[in-house]
Design a protein around this ligand. Structure first.
Ligand code: 5GP
Length: 190
């Protein structure tokens, strides 16, 4: 998505450790109109799939998941990183290693919100090593739902997550695919 690539080039900064910061429009301050455009693009890319639910993980996937859910006219569900009292026991859960925080956690969703009748599209802001999407895929498997695929705003193609998902046959769409980045240059895969 050309507009996203241009925005990354204009506003993105590269931090040590291979982290791309796009907090001015994607995951701290949110450009809601632009988010909606990305949601429409995700809808276009998965229009042939009978998606009934969008799945993401808190917190930074939520804005894009909502934009995609608006485009598909379906609910979105976000996995939580802690069991709260309103999840009370009836949960699907999976382990996830956080790339940005370098910590291990589990993600949870209530069994009430995903079932074998669902066709699920996973949405997230970033794809790096693929841990977050692997965890969400496990939740989908536990529920018996069908996985339509996964859509991310930014895939960092120099990390293995995206290629692993493609090898497994998952339909993956990345709105911007960063091939390499340094503090002076960001290049995209065409
Ligand atoms: P993965 O689980 O694929 O290794 O990493 C994806 C998750 O880590 C995303 O949910 C995202 O929040 C975070 N993340 C990974 N790489 C980056 C990055 O370069 N920049 C930002 N802002 N978040 C990232």
């Amino acid at each position: 998505m050309k507009a996203l690539e241009e925005r990354i080039l204009r506003e993105g900064t590269v931090l040590p450790g291979g982290v791309l910061k796009v907090g001015s429009f994607l995951n701290q301050q949110v450009d809601a109109d632009f988010m909606m455009e990305m949601g429409q693009e995700i809808h276009r890319l998965f229009a042939s799939e009978p998606v009934t639910k969008i799945l993401t993980v808190e917190a930074s996937g939520i804005a894009l998941a909502m934009a995609a859910a608006v485009a598909f006219h379906v609910p979105f569900v976000f996995a939580k990183k802690a069991v709260t009292s309103n999840l009370n026991g009836q949960v699907y859960s999976a382990p996830v290693h956080s790339f940005t925080h370098n910590t291990d956690c589990r993600i949870f969703i209530s069994r009430a919100f995903l079932s074998s009748d669902d066709c699920v599209l996973i949405v997230d802001d970033f794809l790096a090593n693929g841990e977050a999407i692997r965890g969400m895929t496990a939740l989908v498997e536990q529920s018996g739902a069908r996985l339509a695929g996964a859509a991310v705003a930014v895939e960092k193609g120099f990390q293995p997550g995206g290629d692993e998902l493609r090898r497994k046959g998952v339909h993956l769409e990345s709105l911007a695919l960063v091939d390499s980045m340094s503090d002076t240059e960001i290049t995209f895969r065409r």
